[in-house]
Design a protein around this ligand. Structure first.
Ligand SMILES: [Fe+2]
Length: 111
């Protein structure tokens, strides 16, 4: 999604890809975060780390909802901001936060 968005910047496709990216992110993160949080619970992941992790999920969910509101208002000139938010998410949450539960899930035999 990130690569498609960046690749579409300043092309005729830009607006359509922004819309598609925001809607896909909203749908996918809803499913993905719920699944991930359930796995952490089943694995008995540390409570403090779990709460902190969920806070990051919620913050990204809120960002996506704000982008959705802007789509609704017809404000589509936000591809750079959207790409920036996604880039930060990829390099912080996915690379740094998500690996924190991998060992617990493996040890619980559910991953
Ligand atoms: Fe996560």
């Amino acid at each position: 999604m990130y690569n498609d968005l960046v690749g579409a910047m300043e092309t005729e496709e830009e607006e359509a890809i922004v819309r598609e990216t925001v809607e896909s992110l909203a749908t996918y993160t809803r499913y993905h975060f719920r699944t991930e949080e359930a796995l952490m619970r089943r694995a008995g992941y540390d409570e403090e780390a779990f709460v902190s992790h969920c806070r990051e999920h919620q913050a990204f969910t809120d960002q996506i909802a704000a982008f959705q509101d802007r789509l609704f208002d017809g404000s589509l000139g936000m591809s750079a901001e959207l790409a920036d938010s996604m880039g930060v998410w990829l390099t912080t949450h996915i690379q740094d936060t998500d690996p924190g539960y991998v060992t617990d899930i493996r040890e619980a035999g559910i991953g």
